[in-house]
Write a protein that binds this ligand. Sequence first.
Ligand code: UVW
Length: 321
Amino acid sequence: MTDAPSMAELLGADTPKNWGKWGPDDQIGSLNYLDAAQVLRGVASVKDGQVFTLQCPMGLPHGDPVFPGREGIQREMVWDQDAFAPGGNGPAFPGGLRASDDKATMFLQGSSQYDALGHAWYDDRIWNDVDAASTNGGGMSWASIMPIAERGVVGHGVLIDMARHRGKQWLEKGETFTHRDLEEAAAAQGVTIGNRDVLLIRTGWLKFFYAVPKEEFYDGFVEPGLTYSRELVEWFQDKEIPNLVTDTIANEVTHDPESGVTLPLHASLLRNLGVSLAEIIWLDDLADACAADGRWDFLYTAAPLKIHEATGAPVNPVVIR
Ligand code: UVW
């Protein structure tokens, strides 16, 4: 990877940006596209009243799917029945009520989650041309997850099932696709990726995570996903995509196969266009339902947790179709 160009060299000085488009104070970026009309488009796509929750369960014995270097949630009981035995730490509530209680330590991006717009950057500037020093001092004073959490994400969603389109249970390590592949898959599914759609892409990667031992999943860790190109970034900008949602840990192929640069879409979509990224999102049940009746669009809703100055936050998106 040492021969890789810098992010700035790869993307170029004239790379598409939405900085300033919604004013200097904006911290939600392309979510601005999700106006009332988009909410109503999403509502209009609800036909059967089927509901899907898209969060991966946290704390299963198999472990949580996380980016290398992070850990899954660590949860422990604080009060259980034993806590109320003599000498236990359970509170003596008048009347004798007992209660269980627990606590957790977790990476805020160690489960199904939204990235804050300020989560990734290069050349010391984050979303909307703000100094990356705003991430110092114990928290993100600019473009943390809070503005996105306070707003919520509601719109018309469309799911593109790349694994199913390629006739696979899951895409291979490092397998790539482009926006042209997405449009080809959409056409095969009989759906259009419309302007301002929340774009959901299934690769089967989380299914792979749960199907194999963790050692196999993390061996030579390279995720499948979208690859960077100038045309792809322009496609996202022209289509005014507010939010990219995938069943991978980082929403894009881990290392751009041509340049070797790591996660260039975090730079070009999140930092430069303000496209919200939702990662580690369970799409298999939704995809099965869509495949069963051939309807691939729906009402998409998500509300990441409101955590002050956080770099991202867990989320359990809800789809209604
Ligand atoms: C990194 O932070 C490296 O990735 P992600 O945004 O996918 O969690």
